[in-house]
Design a binder for this molecule. Structure first.
Ligand SMILES: Cc1cc2nc3c(=O)[nH]c(=O)nc-3n(C[C@H](O)[C@H](O)[C@H](O)COP(=O)(O)O)c2cc1C
Length: 606
């Protein structure tokens, strides 16, 4: 039975032992982040949703980490396991779209047309629980327990949002999960990035000469609707239609009380208002899902005209930061659900994995049924042309016998098959606006790696063990991983990246090289992967062995080319003009306070 609202989901989580109530008073300023961050990093069975019943300064309870492990994410969609989403949508596509129906590019649209035709489109109702309390005089967002998430955040932020707008030109609705900065009780920052639907509506408003565009920030509702705001659907397709299909029941809407807009009727809170597409204000900094602070930048401003809420509303929120956090599992649901859509355009795709270390866009692992040389490259270019996949910074393609959900197996296959000169495609293009390594804002170097088998080539020679004595004489901080990759902690005051790479290749010419900042702990490979994927612009930060090598020399016995990747922090001296953001860390006082209070929270020993 579909959840009607957030509280039904909470009840079911609690009954399943997936939610813990915290009844001791807690602060919305950093304390909830520190508690939730610790819980998010626990094994799945200890990682719970948290309902904070008493948050200082607000009468409303706060719920967080709702989607934070695979079981809860599956429960949100009422499936046994997230891969069922892939199976269900594949079945719908097969059922509704006989082969040859319409041109390829309209097929995704046809899928959603099919959903509408079976009555799953949003439905209007007249009276709504979310309007039990209506505040139009001096509405003040501070009535909610809005979090300050990280110590250097520019203020408090609403995070688990559904931000609804209509395109001023076409009237088509968009909903996006965008963080909202609270400037004051009636003035908010709308952080829709430049590739997103809200931004497109803003632009459309500028072109139409509009000065007041309605916007609503919705908090709560059924979990499929909450998630749908984060779904990267093509523009002009209503995410609530997808939510309706996922629930098997249409999402019910009600008219706003102060704006010409409709909002989900069973939400907990709705903030109504308008924005002028030409008005901007500095937004940020914010501790982001990249694990770094995003710096301040100009974004539009929302002026609040009303707040409506349920009488006993529960405030839903999330925190983002170094993975894994709750958004990993929201992203996993997206990955599973979008797999059939990717297959619609590229039938040779078998599976896709976007591992947490890649924070969505930084790494896409794809398995394919390979049929011809260059097939992997065809997939890379296809994905880079597919909706928000355009932001994928690294795409690795393997044969279908590799399970891409097993990152170790993919890494092993890369070591076995990749010649870093012949099998690598480096391109420039759009990257996520949050990508701090790109030389320009939202534009940078990307990499495609063809790790499929190439039977026409001679096998690579066995690796030669590294001479540890010589390496240790050259570097104080290094290790060799799987006899294949030399990782060096680099002190750039003593040695440039180019010098370090030359030294390693003088000693161990058959190794790939990874340069990291001197203090990084190499024993945590997940952390190493997160740093490499986040800190590298794949055009600027890569050195290939034997620079004069002819990439079109396809003789089977051409020696293997090795790669060196500079994943250190960059400054202007490294050709990075934009400034480098600060890595997220909780303030020591809060860490100490939470440790001292831990037994009061009732969350067991970690
Ligand atoms: C927890 C969470 C927070 C997010 N915050 C933002 C944000 O502040 N700005 C943004 O542009 N995208 C953000 N995203 C990603 C968007 O929700 C996602 O790209 C979505 O597809 C946007 O909807 P749209 O395609 O309709 O624009 C966030 C995603 C999650 C899961």
């Amino acid at each position: 039975m579909a959840y009607r609202n957030l509280r039904e989901f909470i009840e079911r989580l609690e009954a399943a032992g997936e939610l813990v109530r915290v009844s001791t008073p807690v602060s919305a300023e950093l304390e909830i982040t520190e508690i939730t961050d610790r819980i998010s990093k626990q094994p799945h069975h200890r990682n719970k949703a948290l309902l904070f019943e008493r948050v200082e300064g607000s009468e409303f309870p706060l719920v967080i980490n709702l989607f934070g492990n695979p079981r809860r994410a599956a429960m949100a969609f009422e499936v046994g396991d997230l891969d069922e989403l892939n199976v269900r949508l594949s079945r719908l596509i097969d059922l509704r779209l006989p082969r040859g129906l319409g041109p390829m590019l309209s097929r995704a649209g046809d899928v959603f047309g099919a959903l509408r035709s079976i009555g799953l489109g949003p439905k209007m109702i007249r009276s709504a629980p979310v309007q039990e309390v209506v505040i139009t005089e001096n509405p003040d967002v501070h009535l909610m327990p809005v979090l300050k998430c990280w110590p250097h955040d520019g203020g408090r932020y609403l995070t688990l949002t559904q931000v609804i707008t209509r395109d001023p030109a076409t009237g088509i609705r968009n909903v996006g999960m965008y963080r909202i900065q609270v400037y004051d009780g009636q003035t908010l920052g709308l952080h829709w990035q430049r590739h997103k639907g809200g931004r497109e509506h803003q632009q459309s408003g500028v072109e139409a000469g509009r000065t007041k565009i309605p916007v609503a920030v919705v908090l709560g509702g059924d979990p499929a609707s909450i998630w749908a705001a984060s779904a990267p659907l093509p523009p002009n397709i209503d995410e609530y239609l997808l939510a309706g299909w996922l629930r098997g029941r249409p999402v019910e809407f009600v008219k706003c009380v102060s704006q010409d807009l409709e909002v989900p009727a069973h939400a907990e809170f709705v903030i109504e208002g308008w924005f002028d597409p030409n008005e901007h204000r500095l937004e940020g900094p914010f501790g982001d899902h990249t694990g770094f602070y995003t710096p301040r930048d100009l974004f539009p401003v929302m002026h609040v005209t009303a707040i409506t809420h349920r009488r006993n509303a529960i405030y839903p929120t999330t925190i983002v930061g170094k993975p894994p956090m709750e958004d990993v599992w929201m992203g996993k649901a997206t990955e599973r659900l979008f797999l059939p859509l990717m297959k619609l355009f590229m039938g040779e795709i078998r599976d896709v994995n976007m591992p947490p270390e890649g924070v969505f866009h930084n790494l896409v692992l794809v398995s394919i049924r390979k049929r011809f040389p260059g097939h992997a490259q065809k997939i890379m270019y296809g994905l880079w042309g597919l909706g928000l996949m355009m932001l994928a910074k690294a795409i690795v393609v393997v044969d279908e016998d590799v399970d891409v959900q097993n990152v170790e197996a993919v890494a092993q296959r890369i070591l076995e098959t990749v010649d870093w000169r012949r099998d690598v495609t480096i391109v420039d293009g759009p990257v996520d606006q949050l990508d701090h390594s790109a030389i320009l804002d939202s534009f940078g170097g990307k990499i495609g790696v063809d790790a499929t088998r190439k039977p026409e080539r001679a096998p690579f020679p066995d690796p030669v063990p590294v001479n540890e004595v010589v390496m240790s004489a050259a570097f104080s901080n290094w290790r060799c991983w799987r006899d294949a990759v030399v990782i060096v902690g680099l002190n750039k005051a003593r040695c440039t990246p180019e010098e370090a790479v030359r030294i390693v290749w003088d000693i161990a010419p058959d190794k790939d090289v990874l340069l990291l900042d001197a203090g990084v702990d190499f024993s945590n490979l997940s952390d190493v992967a997160w740093r490499v994927l986040g800190n590298v612009d794949w055009r600027r930060d890569v050195i290939l062995q034997r620079g004069m090598f002819d990439p079109y020399d396809m003789r089977p016995d051409v020696p293997r080319t090795r790669i060196a990747i500079d994943a250190t922090t960059k400054g202007p001296e490294d050709g990075h003009p934009r400034g480098w953001p600060e890595e997220l860390a909780m303030s020591p006082e809060v860490v100490e306070r939470v440790t001292a209070r831990w037994s009061e929270y009732g969350l067991g020993n970690l």
